[in-house]
Each structure stands twice: as structure tokens, then as C-alpha cells.
Design a protein around this ligand. Structure first.
Ligand SMILES: [Zn+2]
Length: 448
């Protein structure tokens, strides 16, 4: 059993000491409990009335995680919440009256790793404590044999391109936001995270129906996923193209239309684009990034990736133009210009990557279109036509895997750098938990 206190919370504890006894009179309230299950973890979020210090510990047989929130009480019913997602069985609540603590206990299916961290108030989000329970040793997930929406994949026609030689074009479809991070919303309650997921699933289905193409999704449900993880997934799944799906909003209700962006290695140009980039890039702040998720890419790797990326900027622009041309033909759609901007989700990707802002939720016509399934079908068909046309016209760098045999004195980060791979992706591809490797070890690495 281990008892740990996070560094961030030690800071809060100090603040309490400095403020003195008066603070404990106004105890923190736990206002809500929310939870999400993703393929990689279960996330439990406690919404608090203010910052609080906490302790967490693991308990064995049966496996549990207990989080004690100091000087606080529940403003929610204290009946257990069943979760039963194969990782967490349920969440229980205890009042520890003696010590003035509120205790949250997670009953786990099996002992596994977890993180607990605090998130500060941000925009309309309250102070929060986040408990992430990782799925026990999830193997690198193979491609599911059903489409993301659960429909079985249509039987394949004969391949125009010999799959043995070339394989499918893999398109990573990235529904923006998710979980804690709702993205934009309009006064009618239309939420970007839900619309982005619906559009992305429809797009993935459409891509999967085309011969020689295959889609992967960065998320398949309503849960948070970091911007870095989205990029890493593209790399791990061997994606050739990356399409991030979003919806926009604006102070003016007349602003409408689709905007397609490709990455800029510099900052964004105009004010409106700058604000949009800030909003999209804040996803990690809103959604909650565990300290361990922080970017661990070495400077060398980043530099090599950036060098490699400069030629993918041009390809990304061509892809953006191809998509824009096709979307422009969809009835009722207004297209604005193809633009270049510094979206974090597109950075450090060395495959052609675009971000599609489908429409403005603050505009009545765009919002109506976003709700229409008929429109959605036409829209994703046009996007797919654009993808296919682009792939036929441009020679796509084919990414593949090969085996690298470790030579004497080589480090994992050196190997990552020499293949322009992200260090974590290299660890994941080889199921390494740390950086220890030995001479003669065979590692899967990316090539192009
Ligand atoms: Zn967005």
C-alpha cells in the first residue's frame, strides 16, 4: 500500500496553512461526480466548490483506490454509482466524520495503474479532482472488424490496388473535444463534441466503404483525449492522412460556413483565426491533462519531426484545397477560404493533416444543417471524394514498419530520433514501459 500526495496539492496545502484556521470553517463541497469510459481508461471527475487537498492510496484484495478529500463534504446523494466497464465496478462515498474528510472509493475489477490530479477552475469549469484508472495492459489495439458505428463492414470489392503490395490508405479521423472538454456550444444546447463525433463516425463509415481506404477514429465515445495522444494514435495506427473534425462559433450570428485549415509552423495571421486556434488548443486545459501525459518528446526528436514536417505542410495544403473543392459543391454549404494556422493537434504530424471547421453553431442555417442527417451524409461523401481524389493525384508517402536491431550504446530516444518517431509511440509499439533496451534487441520502428 502506498500513500502519495501530489506536488500540485502540496502547494494547496501550504496555502491552507498560510491562511490559517479560518479556512477550515468554509469546507469544500463535492458538488457532482461524473465519469467516462474510454478504450484506454476510466475517468472519474469530482466537481468541487473550491480547491481542496487530497490523499490517495491503493488497497489490495479486493483491489480499490481511495481518495480522501480534506475538509470537505458531499452535496450529492452518497449512494454508490455502478460503472461496470470492465475496469471500475463502482464508486462509493464515505463521510469520515472524525477527520472531516470526504472519501471516494473506486472498486476495481483488477489491480491496475491510476493517476489522481487536480484541475483548476477554467472558464465555466469548477475546481476538479480527476481520477484516471488505466485499463490493465491494453495491447496495441488492432483494427476492429466493424465500422466505428457498429455496422459490420461491407464486403470488399476486388481491390484496385493490390493490398499485399500497398495496403489500404489509412485515414485517421479525429472528432474534436470530448468528455470534460465540450468545445463550442450554441444557446439551443448543440454541442461541438457530440456533433464532431457524429460527423466523424459518418465520415469513417463513408471512407470504409471505398475500396483501398480504411478509417480509424481517435475517439469513439464521449471522453477526453489529449491533443498529443491524438497525434500519437495516428502514428501508431499507421495513418497516411489526418482529418480533425470541429464546429465553430462566433460573436456574430451571421458568420457561417466551412473553414478548412492546414498546419502552420508559424503563428496564425488574422485575429479571428488566432482566437479560434487559442480555443481549439486549450482543449487539454479544459479536458484535463494528467501530469504524466505531458509531452516527453526529446528536443532532437521534435527537431527531426519538424524538419520532416516542412514537406508535409505543402501536402496538407493540397489536401485542404481538394477537400474544400468538393465540400463547396454540397448544397447549402458556404465555404470560406482554406487557411493556414498553428493548431496543436496538427503539429508534429508528418503526414498530410487538416482541421475541418464544418460550420458555425452560432449561425441558424449552419446549426440546422449540422442537425440534418441527410446533410451529414452528403457532406461526408464530399469530404471522402476529396480524400480519394487527393490520394489518386498525389504520391502519398507510404508509412510502414520495419525492425531495428539495437546496437551497442544506442538509447531509445536516439532510435526514436533517427526514425522521426515520437518516443512514447516507439515505447507503445514495442510494449516497453520504460526506456531500457539492450544490445541486439529487435524493435518495431516506422519507415516511409
Ligand atoms: Zn473544436
Amino acid at each position: 500500500m502506498s500513500i502519495r500526495m501530489t506536488r500540485a496539492l502540496l502547494g494547496v496545502a501550504t496555502a491552507f496553512t498560510l491562511l490559517g484556521a479560518g479556512v477550515s470553517a468554509s469546507a469544500t463541497e463535492i458538488l457532482a461526480i461524473r465519469h467516462w469510459s474510454s478504450p484506454e481508461r476510466t475517468r472519474i471527475v469530482l466537481d468541487l466548490s473550491g480547491p481542496a487537498s487530497y490523499l490517495h492510496r491503493e488497497l489490495g484484495s479486493p483491489p480499490r483506490v481511495a481518495v480522501d478529500v480534506a475538509d470537505s463534504h458531499f452535496r450529492i446523494p452518497v449512494e454508490a454509482i455502478p460503472i461496470d466497464d470492465g475496469v471500475v465496478e463502482r464508486v462509493r462515498f464515505n463521510r469520515l466524520a472524525q477527520s472531516g474528510k470526504a472519501q471516494v472509493v473506486l472498486d476495481l475489477t483488477a489491480a491496475t495503474g491510476y493517476d489522481v490530479f487536480a484541475l483548476e477552475r477554467f472558464d465555466e469549469k469548477r475546481d476538479r479532482i480527476v481520477i484516471d484508472v488505466r485499463k490493465p495492459a491494453a495491447p496495441a489495439s488492432p483494427m476492429p472488424s466493424v465500422t466505428p458505428s457498429g455496422r459490420p463492414r461491407a464486403p470488399r470489392q476486388e481491390h484496385a490496388i493490390d493490398p499485399e503490395t500497398f495496403g489500404d490508405f489509412v485515414v485517421m479521423v479525429d472528432p474534436g473535444h470530448g468528455g470534460e472538454d465540450t468545445g463550442r456550444q450554441n444557446p439551443d444546447g448543440l454541442r461541438e463534441k457530440h456533433l464532431a463525433l457524429e460527423f466523424s463516425k459518418a465520415l469513417a463509415d463513408e471512407i470504409n466503404s471505398r475500396v483501398g481506404f480504411r478509417a480509424e477514429l481517435t475517439r469513439t465515445g464521449d471522453y477526453f483525449i489529449s491533443l498529443k495522444r491524438r497525434r500519437d494514435l495516428a502514428e501508431e495506427r499507421g495513418a497516411h492522412l489526418f482529418v480533425s473534425v470541429h464546429f465553430n462559433s462566433a460573436p456574430s450570428r451571421t458568420a457561417r460556413g466551412t473553414e478548412i485549415f492546414f498546419v502552420s509552423l508559424r503563428g496564425a495571421e488574422d485575429r479571428m483565426t488566432r482566437e479560434l486556434v487559442e480555443a481549439e488548443n486549450s482543449a487539454d486545459l479544459v479536458g484535463g491533462l494528467a501530469p504524466r501525459d505531458e509531452d516527453t518528446t526529446t528536443d532532437l526528436t521534435r527537431m527531426l519531426v519538424d524538419l520532416r514536417q516542412s514537406d508535409s505542410v505543402e501536402r496538407s495544403q493540397q489536401l485542404a484545397v481538394a477537400l474544400n473543392d468538393h465540400v463547396d459543391r454540397v448544397p447549402n454549404v458556404v465555404t470560406r477560404n482554406v487557411k493556414q494556422a498553428g493548431f496543436a493537434v496538427l503539429k508534429s504530424l508528418f503526414i498530410p493533416a487538416v482541421l475541418v471547421e464544418v460550420g458555425f453553431l452560432t449561425n441558424r442555417e449552419d446549426a440546422n444543417l449540422a442537425r440534418s442527417s441527410r446533410h451529414r451524409e452528403r457532406y461526408v461523401e464530399a469530404l471522402t471524394d476529396g480524400l480519394v481524389e487527393y490520394c489518386e493525384r498525389v504520391e502519398i508517402p507510404r508509412l510502414g514498419w520495419k525492425i531495428h536491431t539495437v546496437s551497442r550504446g544506442e538509447s531509445l530516444s536516439q532510435i526514436a530520433g533517427s526514425y522521426a518517431m515520437n518516443l512514447q509511440a516507439l515505447r507503445d509499439a514495442n510494449q516497453l514501459s520504460g526506456d531500457r533496451i539492450r544490445e541486439g534487441q529487435r524493435l518495431r520502428v516506422r519507415t516511409r
